[in-house]
Ligand binder design. Structure first.
Ligand SMILES: *Cc1c(COP(=O)(O)O)cnc(C)c1O
Length: 356
C-alpha cells in the first residue's frame, strides 16, 4: 500500500454516474463539464473514461481544449469562456473547437473574420438572471440574426443560459429563468441548453436539447445538505493518507497550533499525513469526520500544512500506517465541505494540482 497522501480516481464510478444522468435525461445530448482539470480529478482521467459516453466536453479555457486535441481527442469540445481575440478564434476554427459567444466584442472579431479556415460551431449565451456571462434578453434577437447570417458559423447554433439558484428547488428564480429563455428563443432555429446538475436533478422543464452536468458526474450533489449517494451517484475521488504516529494524551492536554483543542478526557490521538498543503481544508474545525478502519473519527485541533490530528476514541485499534480516508465513497466530500464552511466543488477542484 502507498503510504502518505493518495488520490484515487474511480473511472467505473464516472461511467456509472453517466448512466444515472442518462436515466434522468434520456432524450438529451450531454455536454460533460470537465473544466478545472476535470473538477480536480485530472482532465485526462475524466476524458478517457467518459468520452465514448457523452456528446461533447466542456472546458473553461482554450488551452485545455487545445491540449485535448493534441492528445488525439476528436470529440466535440466547447470552450465556455469563448475566444478573446482573432488568433484564438482562428485556432478554434482550425481545431474544430466550439466557443461560447457572450460579449459584443466577440461579434466584432467574428465580423472581421468572414473567412475562417473552417466553419465554427457556436454556443450563444443569454443572460436570464445569473448576471455573469451572456447577452441580455433585449440584445439577444439582433445577435441571433447576426450569428444566423454569418457564413462562417455552422448551423444550428446552440442557445444557452445558466441558472443562478437551481440547487434550491423551492426558489422561483429558476422558473423565471426557464420561462424567459423559452419566451425569447421560441421562434429560433436553434438547439437549446439550460440545465446544470441541479437542473438535471430537479427541473425537468429545463432539460431541452443539451444538458451540462458537472458535479453529479463526479458523484457529488449540488444540493445543500445532501450527498451524491442520495441520488444513486458514486463518489469518483478518494483522498486518503496514512497514520504516521499515535499518542496517548491526558485530560487537559492541548493539541496542535494555537493549542485551540483541549482533550476533555484521556484519549488516543493519531497524527495523519495530510494537511492544507495537500488540499485538505484548513478551515475544517475540530469534529470534522475522518474515516479510519470503517469507523468515523473526529479531527481535533487545527489542520497543519502536512498533518492533522484525529481522536481515536471510535477506533482504538488503529495502528501506524493504517489507511485514513478524508473523503471518498466512505465519507462524502459534501459532508467534509459542510464542516469546513465550503462546498464539495471547491474541495474536489482543489485536488487538480495533483495532475499539473
Ligand atoms: C460548470 C458549469 C456547469 C456545470 O455545473 P454543475 O453544477 O457542476 O453541474 C454547467 N454550465 C456551465 C455554463 C458551467 O460553467
Amino acid at each position: 500500500m502507498t503510504l502518505g497522501p493518495k488520490l484515487h480516481i474511480d473511472q467505473a464510478a464516472l461511467q456509472h454516474n453517466i448512466k444515472v444522468i442518462k436515466e434522468l435525461a434520456p432524450h438529451q445530448s450531454i455536454l460533460a463539464m470537465v473544466k478545472a482539470n476535470g473538477y480536480g480529478h485530472g482532465l485526462w482521467n475524466v476524458v478517457s473514461a467518459v468520452h465514448d459516453h457523452v456528446n461533447a466536453l466542456g472546458v473553461a479555457r482554450l488551452q485545455d481544449a487545445l491540449m485535448l486535441r493534441t492528445r488525439g481527442v476528436t470529440q466535440r469540445i466547447v470552450v465556455m469562456n469563448g475566444f478573446a481575440n482573432a488568433a484564438e478564434l482562428k485556432a478554434c476554427s482550425e481545431q474544430q473547437i466550439e466557443v461560447v459567444i457572450h460579449i459584443p466584442e466577440q461579434l466584432t472579431i467574428l465580423q472581421e473574420c468572414t473567412t475562417l479556415p473552417q466553419p465554427i460551431r457556436v454556443w450563444f449565451k443569454i443572460n436570464t438572471g445569473m448576471n455573469r456571462l451572456g447577452f441580455s434578453v433585449n440584445e439577444a434577437p439582433a445577435v441571433y440574426q447576426f450569428l444566423q447570417n454569418h457564413p462562417g458559423i455552422q448551423k444550428p447554433i446552440v442557445a444557452m443560459t445558466h441558472f443562478a439558484c437551481a440547487d434550491d428547488f423551492d426558489n422561483d428564480m429558476t422558473y423565471d429563468q426557464v420561462e424567459t429563455f423559452y419566451d425569447l428563443t421560441n421562434d429560433w432555429e436553434v438547439e437549446r441548453s439550460l440545465a446544470n446538475s441541479a437542473g438535471v436533478m430537479g427541473w425537468t422543464e429545463s432539460l431541452a436539447d443539451w444538458i451540462r452536468p458537472g458535479i453529479m458526474m463526479y458523484g457529488a450533489s449540488p444540493l445543500p445538505h445532501s450527498s451524491g449517494s442520495n441520488f444513486d451517484l458514486k463518489a469518483v475521488m478518494t483522498l486518503s493518507s496514512t497514520i504516521i504516529a499515535i499518542h496517548d494524551r491526558a485530560k487537559g492536554d492541548k493539541i496542535g497550533y494555537g493549542s485551540v483543542y483541549e482533550c476533555p478526557a484521556a484519549m488516543r490521538v493519531a497524527i495523519v499525513a495530510i494537511g492544507y498543503g495537500d488540499g485538505y481544508p484548513r478551515s475544517a474545525p475540530s469534529g470534522t469526520p475522518v474515516w479510519i478502519n470503517n469507523k468515523i473519527c473526529k479531527l481535533v485541533g487545527r489542520v497543519s500544512m502536512d498533518l492533522i490530528a484525529v481522536d481515536l476514541s471510535n477506533c482504538p485499534d488503529a495502528k501506524i500506517n493504517d489507511k485514513v480516508v478524508l473523503w471518498g465513497p466512505q465519507l462524502a466530500v459534501e459532508t467534509v465541505a459542510d464542516y469546513a464552511g465550503t462546498i464539495g466543488y471547491e474541495l474536489l477542484c482543489g485536488m487538480g494540482y495533483f495532475y499539473r
